[in-house]
Design a protein around this ligand. Sequence first.
Ligand code: SF4
Length: 320
Amino acid sequence: MAELMIDAKDVTRNFTISRGMFRGKQQLKAVNGVDLTVERGEVLALVGESGCGKTTLAKVLLGLLPQTSGTVELCGQPINDVPRLALARTIQPIFQDPYSSLNPRKTIGSIIALPMKVQGIADQDSMRRRVEETMDLVGLPPRLYDAFPNQLSGGQRQRVAIARALVNRPQIVVCDEPTSALDVSVQSQILNLLNDLRNELNLTYIIISHNLAVVEHIATRVAVMYLGRIVEIADTDTLFKDPQHPYTRALLDSVLTPDPNMGIPNNQLGASYPNPIDPPTGCSFHPRCVNAMPHCATVAPNGKADGGHYVECHLYDDAS
Ligand code: SF4
C-alpha cells in the first residue's frame, strides 16, 4: 500500500481583514474545507489563479501557517505536534525567485550549508562534504563553492536554492512556481533536474503553479483550486484529456493563449475573479461559468469522486 506523506482533512485557513475604522473586521477564507492526500513519490500540482489559496494551503502544509480548523498529518503525525526542527528535516520549500531568496553577501557553500547549521550540525568537514555532494547532485560545479550569488546565472541560482532545500535530505519538497523567474530556455532544465532528483532521492513534491505547461511536464496529479476550494483533482493525464469542471476547462483553454503565464482571460469567462472577502453564494464559480444553472447561484455543489477523479460541480449531480 502506498505510503501517505500528507493527509489533510477539512482544512480551513482564515485571515481577519480590517475594513476600515468604522466598518469593523471581516473573515477571508483563503483555504476553505480542503481534503487532500499526497502519497510518497507523487508530484502533486496545485493550480489556479492568484488568490485561489494555493500558496496559503502550501504554507499550512509546510507548517508555516497554522490551520484555523481541520487536521493535517505529515508522515502519520499531526503537523502541530511535530517539533520545528523535525518539521524542517521532513518538508522544505523552494521559493520562486532565486534572485531574492539568496543572501548576496554569503558564499554559495555557506548558503547551502545554512539548514545544516540550523539543525545544529557543527562538524565543518562533514558539512562541507554534504554540501559538495549536494552541489554535485543538482549540477553545480565545485568551483562555485566560494562564489557569490551575483556571479551565477539565474538557472545556477535556482540550483543553489534546490541544493539548500535538499541538503538535509527532506522527504517532501514544496516548489512555489519553481521556474517562473527563469528564462524559457532554462525552465525545462530545472524541471528535468527536479524530476531526476525525485527519482534519485525518492522525493515527494507539491508544485504550486499557474503555468499548466509546467504542470503537464512534471506533475503526476493535479488539484485545481478556486476561491479556497479544490474543485477538481485527478491524475495529470486524466485532467488534461478529460477535464470536467467548467473552471478547469477554462484554465486549459487559457494555455492556448499566446502567454501561458497570463492565466484565464476574463473576456472568455465574462466576469473577473471574485473578491475572496465577499465570495459568490452557491457555487462560487457561478458568475463566470458558461454552464451555470439557476440553482448554481444558491446551492453549493457537493463533491463527487469517480475513482481518483474528484469534481465539485452540479453538472455531475446524480439527479441533474
Ligand atoms: Fe458551473 Fe454550476 Fe458547475 Fe458551478 S456548479 S461550475 S456554476 S455548472
